[in-house]
Design a protein around this ligand. Structure first.
Ligand code: FES
Length: 573
């Protein structure tokens, strides 16, 4: 049974006979709206993370208009509401530190205003989880409109991938194998259209995860931002949210344990970013689903990497779209998915992907010919990471999957910057680089420092990968034998805080182990000597963040936000 107009949440603001209702309606009149524009219609908030500082969302002003067109067409009343833009390249110390702020803002915008349903417009890395977390906690019908990837990069005849080719170019520049002019030329063509990073970085990973969760219309996550099909998808999304309100189709009906398994499976088959662990765990907790790192590992062992996309593979998101996009990849994984999971269009995932075709087997590989047969991500445990750590074996040199070497420790990021290229640094290709104080509190916000640079003198010797360990994250566009998200973090006294230069560290990906080979008595002695560093922030958001943020294995959400206790609806007197 569809809702009746008087059952709409917004009816409390606009439909009742009361002095406040007069005020609300007179203020809509002030903005030029007549009663026929909104009376008895679902009010649709369009949470738009457009900002002049966000290069990935430059098309969102236009897309918001296209969403509004769809809302009007379907008999809704659209209201665009700007929401905090998390622009990955510019926001410091880390956009993750502000993800929960966006989540709080999204939730409270939807709660405090007369809203019946929401279109969430994001794409640049943390905007997807931030918006979804907030909308999930609020619980109103909501649909996600991904920004879409930018076009392939191109310069000097080469196809360039966001992030990945910058990291490679920087390493080559430091090794002296490319010139400064060649380096500058990269800059001119590596980001040449609207849209988010077009490698399988965090943005493509999380928008694809949102689609696999059932939060978008089918196929929405793969369409390049400048493609006219993206504009049409925006209008269809606006149309659909109005229907979702009448159907009372809330996130709680979509975000089941099966839907999260689908999202994790999709991420693994895509060779997605390690950041997905942090975000999906946080998103699942908001939905009341207990997604653990162990579940990631279980699914990783059973999921082939099929998307031949950089940094693990060869192609880019534009190629992926032309090859059939996410529906085609999911169709190949049909046997591993919860096909009964309900999605935003009111159909099941199984119905949505049925018959989706792959148009290029070299971009979306057959299950029998995967890029990596299993474990594109692996969860590690051991005395160095009792609460877990992650590595992306598919993006590192296989010889390093099993490695023991002496630690070269950097106490924090400034220390790393100061010494990594020091010719006197005692380091060789077998060393294990360790970075401390880069976690949820120490960074803060786990900045993407986890791909520690290879020391210049080793680059000159031809070394391009070595084992690196930190409590930081790394960009999904990065690569290398980087052990990330070590929990608990060093800033709060996790075992990483106890590592000293010269200690031997053992990594064994197949056994999922990460061990500090120092005897327990010595570790106990170091633990007793350890003193917590002073807090990074004494006031403001930084202080609030430090007080409430959880560790990486818990999603870095605020405990008070992932709490499932009900929040009252606002009184309207
Ligand atoms: Fe926005 Fe990469 S910078 S997605």
């Amino acid at each position: 049974m569809p809702l009746k107009p008087e059952e709409l949440r917004s009816h409390r603001w606009f439909g009742r006979e009361a002095m406040r209702t007069f005020n609300h309606r007179s203020r809509l009149a002030q903005m030029g709206f007549a009663p026929d524009d909104y009376r008895g219609k679902p009010v649709i908030a369009i949470l738009n993370t457009w900002s002049e500082i966000n290069p990935c969302h430059t098309h969102f002003r236009q897309r918001a208009e296209e969403v509004k067109r769809g809302v009007w067409q379907a008999g809704g009343f659209p209201l665009e509401m700007p929401a905090l833009s998390l622009a990955e390249p510019f926001q410091k110390p880390s956009p993750l530190m502000y993800r929960n702020l966006l989540a709080m803002e999204a939730e409270e915008l939807l709660r405090s205003y007369p809203v019946d349903g929401a279109v969430l417009m994001g794409g640049c890395d943390k905007t997807t989880p931030g918006l979804v977390m907030g909308a999930t906690s609020m619980g109103l019908p909501a649909i996600y409109l991904p920004a879409g990837p930018m076009l392939r990069g191109n310069a000097s005849g080469a196809t360039l991938g966001s992030g990945s080719d910058m990291f490679k170019g920087w390493a080559e520049l430091r090794a002296g194998t490319i010139t400064r002019d060649e380096w500058e030329d990269l800059l001119s063509g590596i980001a040449r259209s609207p849209g988010h990073c077009m490698t399988m970085g965090t943005a493509s990973t999380m928008t694809s995860a949102a689609e696999a969760l059932g939060l978008t219309l089918p196929g929405a996550a793969s369409i390049p931002a400048p493609d006219s099909r993206h504009a049409r998808m925006a209008t269809l999304t606006g149309r659909r949210i109005v229907e979702m309100v009448w159907e009372d189709l809330r996130p709680s009906r979509l975000l089941t344990a099966g839907a999260f398994d689908n999202a994790v499976t999709a991420v693994l088959a895509l060779g997605g970013s390690t950041n997905a662990l942090v975000h999906l765990v946080a998103m699942a907790r908001r939905a009341g689903v207990a997604l653990t790192l162990e579940r990631f590992d279980e699914l990783a062992r059973a999921t082939p990497l099929l998307a031949n996309i950089r940094p693990a593979g060869k192609y880019l998101m534009e190629d992926f779209f032309y090859a059939g996009g996410l529906p085609a990849l999911l169709e190949r994984l049909r046997g591993s998915l919860d096909l009964d999971a309900l999605t935003a269009n009111g159909r099941t995932l199984g119905e949505n992907i049925a018959g989706a075709k792959v148009f290029d087997d070299d971009v979306i590989l057959p299950v029998g010919r995967p890029l990596v047969a299993e474990a594109s991500l692996a969860i590690l445990r051991g005395n160095l990471a009792p609460d877990g750590a992650v590595i992306k074996p598919a993006a590192c040199e296989p010889r390093l999957h099993r490695h023991t070497g002496p630690a070269v420790v950097f106490e924090d990021y400034p220390d790393l910057q100061a010494r990594i290229d020091d010719p006197a640094l005692a380091v060789d290709a077998d060393s294990v680089l360790v970075l401390k104080n880069a976690g949820p509190q120490g960074g803060p916000g786990m900045p993407e420092w986890g791909q520690l640079p290879i020391p210049k003198k080793l680059l000159a010797q031809g070394v391009r990968d070595m084992v690196r360990i930190s409590d930081a994250r790394m960009s999904g566009t990065s690569y290398g034998a980087c052990v990330l998200h070590v929990a608990p973090e060093s800033f709060v006294g996790g075992p990483l805080a106890l590592v000293r230069t010269g200690d031997r560290i053992s990594l064994d990906v197949a056994a999922r182990r990460l061990e500090l080979l120092v005897d327990e008595a010595e570790l106990a002695r170091r633990c007793a000597e350890w003193r917590p560093p002073p807090p990074r922030y004494a006031r403001g958001w930084g202080a609030l963040h430090a007080r409430h943020v959880t560790q990486a294995n818990e999603g870095c959400d605020f405990a008070i936000l992932s709490d499932s206790a009900a929040t009252p609806e606002p009184d309207i007197f």
